[in-house]
Design a protein around this ligand. Structure first.
Ligand code: ATP
Ligand code: MG
Ligand code: MG
Ligand code: MG
Length: 473
């Protein structure tokens, strides 16, 4: 079986052999872009090149970008563990043309790598193009031997790629794979037909080829860029699933060692049916390791609050496997062992990451059990299907349950939470805090659903056995 290490390397080599140079991933915590919560695509670090603000020094680049999609415009947190191919943290493999080659090479090379090098059966692959992009449609038809009936047009939602509310963007062409009817997750829905971008898990997207030619301005209009660019993103873990012939990304050699370790520590065996906790924990620990290694830190606002929520979710899923003591830090060495050969920034950070994760989990554990008890109490008394905003707020304020964690607990019981009511309680609390003292440190939790830019924080070092110290700029 081909290993994930080999898959990453073969991708890189394929493009090195076609005149590209390798550029390392940028950190998951964006260094100089306050409009971005986390790096969410390969193109983030090249934004200023697209915008003509930075000189083009290399015309062809290949890379593997560390991405986190757990908030902001691209938020996959709710899918994690439910499906087998959306992660909070994943690697996006990409090849890039900065004012050099365009659609023809991008499409032909992607096809060659998938079908000639990796021998993915051609009849399982499908291509999509943007509704007005007849050029890309024709290239697929003329330059590759894809089944022409497997090329189709899609509109803005799926085939116009944007990084965020503003920034470089353009039409794209995606490659999807048909994993077979047994992967359909909506078989029981009358009238459901499996199709690309159709909401079931039979077809999954492997690779997105973006043809960047516009900038989305703050007033939402599109302005043309000086040069044209190719920006591609292939899901590394998904490629591993396909090339290792597995049913989900979690069964690949990227996740299985973690899942085995979770089994060993908990004594609970992993199965596809009952393995949601294993999957969530394996996903979240990778995300936390990379975020902490790149300077992220759990806190009560912005990026830090997303990390805190991720950790608390993982801790709570740990409870379902019977972990009563902090355990997440025990998985850290495995993540580092597996990933540090490619991401050397992990080297030397094991003790630090373990320490932060353990301290965070310990802190949350203090209120987790009583919080779960409180949740039971609330649901026992509940009339109807909706947990009130004020109850969700009590769980948040007294027991440290982020509302999305309460929502998970609720969903497991077929209940919902009243987010609007929760938001109202938050506003009230803010007012109370403001009244209480002009000088109180005021923590803004508005960011729990969507990200709004926060004041950049600067790492100024940490003392032994204490948490990191940040200063607000
Ligand atoms: P999907 O439709 O499956 O959510 P996407 O269209 O949002 O994917 P893109 O923004 O086009 O994804 O990103 C490029 C590639 O990165 C995708 O083709 C996919 O292979 C991979 N990818 C995207 N999101 C995730 C994720 N959350 N976890 C793992 N891989 C992902
Ligand atoms: Mg998506
Ligand atoms: Mg998509
Ligand atoms: Mg896509």
């Amino acid at each position: 079986m081909i290993s994930s290490k080999e898959i990453r390397q073969q991708f890189i080599d394929f493009f090195l052999n076609r005149g590209h140079i390798f550029v390392p991933s940028s950190p998951v915590i964006p260094e100089d872009d306050p409009t971005l919560l986390f790096a969410n695509a390969g193109m983030n670090q090249f934004k200023s090149i697209f915008l003509g603000q930075k000189e083009i020094t290399y015309k062809r680049v290949v890379n593997s970008q560390k991405c986190i999609r757990a908030g902001g415009k691209h938020n996959d947190l709710e899918e994690v563990g439910k499906d087998g191919y959306h992660h909070t943290f994943f690697e996006m493999l990409g090849n890039w043309s900065f004012g050099d080659y365009y659609k023809k090479e991008a499409i032909s090379w992607a096809w060659e790598l998938l079908t000639e090098v990796w021998k993915i059966p051609k009849d399982k692959l499908y291509a999509t193009v943007y509704k007005t992009d007849t050029e890309a449609f024709e290239i697929w038809k003329q330059e590759t031997d894809i089944d022409p009936t497997h090329i189709s047009y899609f509109d803005d939602k799926d085939n116009f790629w944007e990084m965020g509310e503003t920034g470089p963007c353009g039409p794209c062409s995606e490659i999807h794979i048909d994993r077979g009817s047994s992967h359909c997750t909506r078989q029981n829905e009358p009238g459901h037909i499996c199709k690309i971008n159709g909401g079931c898990s039979r077809f999954i997207e492997l690779w997105n080829l973006v043809f960047i030619q516009y900038n989305r301005e703050a007033d939402k209009t599109l302005s043309p860029l000086k040069n044209k660019f190719v920006d591609t993103g292939a899901g590394f873990e998904r490629l591993a699933q396909v090339l290792q012939d597995k049913n989900s990304n979690y069964e690949t050699d990227l996740f299985m060692p973690l899942i085995n370790k979770i089994e060993e520590l908990s004594g609970v065996a992993y199965t596809q049916e009952t393995g949601m906790p294993h999957r969530v924990i394996a996903d979240h620990i990778r995300c936390l390791c990379f975020a902490l290694a790149d300077g992220g830190f759990p806190s009560n606002e912005g990026r830090g609050y997303v990390l805190r929520r991720i950790l608390r979710r993982a801790a709570r899923y740990g409870r379902l496997l019977g972990f009563a003591e902090p355990f997440l830090h025990l998985l850290v060495p495995l993540v580092i062992e597996q990933m540090a050969h490619h991401f050397s920034e992990l080297n030397g950070k094991e003790d630090y990451i373990k320490m932060v994760i353990k301290a965070e989990e310990e802190r949350f554990n203090k209120t987790l059990d009583t919080g779960l008890e409180k949740f039971r109490e609330i649901t026992q008394k509940l009339k109807g299907e909706v947990i009130s905003g004020s109850d969700a707020f009590i769980l948040y304020d007294t027991y440290g349950f982020p509302p999305d964690l309460t929502a998970i607990l609720a969903e497991e019981k077929g209940l919902k939470i009243d987010y609007e009511g929760f938001e109202k309680e938050m506003q009230l609390q803010r007012k109370r805090a403001r009244k209480a003292s002009k000088f109180t440190l005021f923590v803004n939790n508005e960011d729990w659903i969507e990200f709004s830019p926060v004041t950049p924080t600067e790492f100024v070092g940490y003392k032994e056995n204490t948490v990191q110290t940040y200063i607000q700029r």
